[in-house]
Design a protein around this ligand. Structure first.
Ligand code: ZN
Ligand code: ZN
Length: 120
């Protein structure tokens, strides 16, 4: 890729995914992911993407009896996974706990992928 600052072709280094706004809305867990590829020489963001991902948990058997309870969700882990050149993918692991304390922490994953956009 061409780095606009270095003004030459450079190797990109994959930035760690940024995950924000991990939240529950009814039975749907949402997260926003930001992915960036950085110039290997100067560290400038060369291409990146931001996307929202979500998954409805209403059919997860272990959660069925807790759907009316107050639950909270937290981010446990985010990692970049297999990616063809213009796309980046992130796998998020989240933990869901219930206020009633009778639910062992439910760990779920969300998968998101986004087309990378060159950053001017
Ligand atoms: Zn550069
Ligand atoms: Zn519960």
């Amino acid at each position: 890729m061409l780095c606009p600052d270095c003004k030459k072709e450079v190797e990109l280094s994959k930035g760690d995914p940024q995950v924000s706004r991990v939240r529950l809305n009814g039975t749907v867990v949402h997260a926003t992911i930001e992915i960036g590829d950085l110039c290997g020489e100067c560290g400038r963001l060369v291409q990146g993407s931001k996307t929202d991902i979500e998954r409805d948990l209403k059919d997860v058997p272990s959660l069925k009896s807790h759907l009316q309870h107050k639950r909270k969700v937290e981010l446990l882990k985010a990692e970049r996974i297999y990616e063809p050149a213009e796309y980046a993918s992130v796998k998020i692991t989240y933990g869901l706990t219930c206020d009633c304390d009778r639910l062992p922490m439910y760990e779920g994953t969300l998968l998101g992928s986004a087309k990378m956009v060159v950053q001017p």
